[in-house]
Design a protein around this ligand. Structure first.
Ligand code: BG6
Length: 471
């Protein structure tokens, strides 16, 4: 089997890392607007409100807000068939709980979608990508509070109604399982655990609220436009047993419980034995409301989207050294190299992940994040020879093609993370670059924001032109 003729090649971004314009057009503050930049190995500092002398990378991002036309024309030049972006909830409802949406915010995304459609680029829209109006944290305690279900569905209905003829592919929550992986799920749920709270129950309850919100969004969305396609979005933590000790295989299973937990509810429409096993392992509990089970059963997704960057190993042995990663990390694997940020490079892991997800769920898959964060050097003549990026992507795309052609996995598309340089979610750095397009900006926020093509730009263009044959 070949890649689909209309395979959705493209790139993926998130509003809080890219858009900027943090107070323009009536936008309200988000949880990202009070989060400082840091560096590799250091935690990003989070404030209650904006401090005068602090630098917050989300305020300007890499300025998509003002430069979307230029950027989209470059994506079109590369031949993008799709572009994944997120809507900033606070641009539509500045406080999150407003009754009337902000027209300037709605108009901004109308303009962006029109620009994409002008070039035949399909928008893939994430409703929640590690972002939340700040007011919902201070006033409601963020996703701890059941009221966020109603508020988020109001937001979702508003944008789905407005863009019903422009957007077909929706993703409800970015890397929803990251909520279980992070020890401080600020990005995922606006939560920093308090000392006196039962962390496990807070986490399970916040996840339940998001799962109900996701299901209601699907239910309402299908009423607005039955052709809408909804995806869940998982961070896929590809994991191998450290040895052939059968106990190690159990540690692999346990590691994946927190991912399949969400896949099961969002695809199968119910809390399965996998979920019960995870809840039990935490000695946790969830408060259900009457009708929740019916909502989950009805609001299942059409496809699974996921991010894949690296793999790790797990086992019972005490000598396993840890590698790094985006939230989820695993043990070091002697067969693999790693990036400058300590993420293990494993192209075959992408094929393994595609097979694991497809074997388990049998619904179409969509790779909506993959790529390498690297230091790029600008030569005197302005050129950037990012052969390491080409190598990484070439090997991953080739493994992806194997999964489709040899393993018959049903795959909708592939969007490279950060096709243009954007702020790193993990560190807030600019120097950790993923793009085919370089943006002149440094970690302190200095630079012209000018765009220029890296060597990988023309390479990816050829990959798309040949529907993956040029790898
Ligand atoms: C994923 C997120 O976890 O990884 C993105 O969905 C993020 O928002 C990406 O940017 C890469 O991580 P980082 O920390 O290198 O930006």
């Amino acid at each position: 089997m070949n890649l689909r003729k209309n395979f959705l090649w493209g790139g993926a971004t998130a509003a809080n890392q890219y858009e900027g314009g943090y107070l323009e057009g009536g936008k309200g503050l988000t949880i990202n607007d009070v989060e400082m930049g840091a560096e590799h190995g250091k935690k990003r500092e989070i404030h209650d409100s904006i401090q005068n002398d602090a630098y917050y990378p989300s305020h300007e991002g890499t300025d998509f807000y003002h430069r979307y036309k230029e950027d989209i024309s470059m994506f079109a030049e590369m031949g993008f068939k799709s572009f994944r972006l997120s809507i900033s909830w606070a641009r539509i409802f500045p406080n999150g709980d407003d009754l009337i949406p902000n027209e300037a915010g709605l108009q901004f995304y109308d303009d962006v979608f029109d620009e994409l459609l002008k070039y035949g680029i399909e928008p893939i829209v994430t409703l929640h990508h590690f972002e939340l109006p700040l007011n919902l944290v201070t006033k409601y305690g963020a996703w701890r509070n059941r009221q966020l279900v109603e508020l988020s569905v109001r937001y979702a209905k508003t944008v789905m109604e407005r863009y019903k003829n422009k957007v077909k592919y929706w993703i409800t929550f970015n890397e929803i399982n990251a909520l279980f992986i992070s020890s401080a799920p600020w990005h995922m749920a606006g939560i920093l655990y308090k000392e006196d709270e039962n962390r496990h129950n807070t986490m399970l309850q916040a996840a339940h609220h998001q799962l109900i919100a996701s299901a209601l969004t699907v239910i309402e969305g299908k009423k607005i436009n039955p052709d809408f396609q909804f995806g869940c979005m998982l961070l896929y933590p590809c994991t191998y047993a450290a040895t052939c000790n059968p106990e190690d295989q159990i540690t692999v299973r346990n590691k994946l419980l927190s991912t399949y937990y969400f896949g099961d509810v969002q695809v199968r429409g119910k809390y399965t034995n996998t979920c019960s096993s995870y809840i039990d392992s935490l000695d946790g509990s969830i408060d259900f409301e009457l009708g929740d089970e019916a909502i989950l059963a009805k609001g299942t997704v059409d496809y699974i989207s996921f991010s894949y960057y690296f793999s790790g190993i797990e086992g019972v042995g005490e000598d396993i050294e840890m590698a790094e990663g985006n939230l989820s990390s695993g043990g070091k694997n002697p067969y693999l190299d790693m990036t400058e940020w300590g993420w293990q490079i494993d192209p075959i892991g992408l094929r393994n992940s595609l097979n694991s997800l497809y074997d388990r769920y049998q619904v179409p898959l969509f790779i909506v994040e993959n790529g390498i964060g690297a230091l790029d050097e600008v030569k005197n003549d302005g050129s950037i020879e990012d052969d390491y990026r080409i190598d990484y992507l070439r090997q991953h795309i080739s493994a992806m093609v194997d999964a489709v052609e040899k393993d018959f996995v049903d795959l909708i598309g592939y969007t490279v993370w950060g096709p243009i340089d954007i702020v790193s979610a993990g560190t807030g750095e600019m120097r950790k670059r993923y793009g085919f397009i370089y943006v002149d900006k440094d970690d302190q926020g200095h630079g012209t924001l000018n765009r220029s093509k890296k060597k990988s730009f023309d390479w990816y263009k050829k990959v798309i032109e040949t529907n993956g044959n040029y790898v």
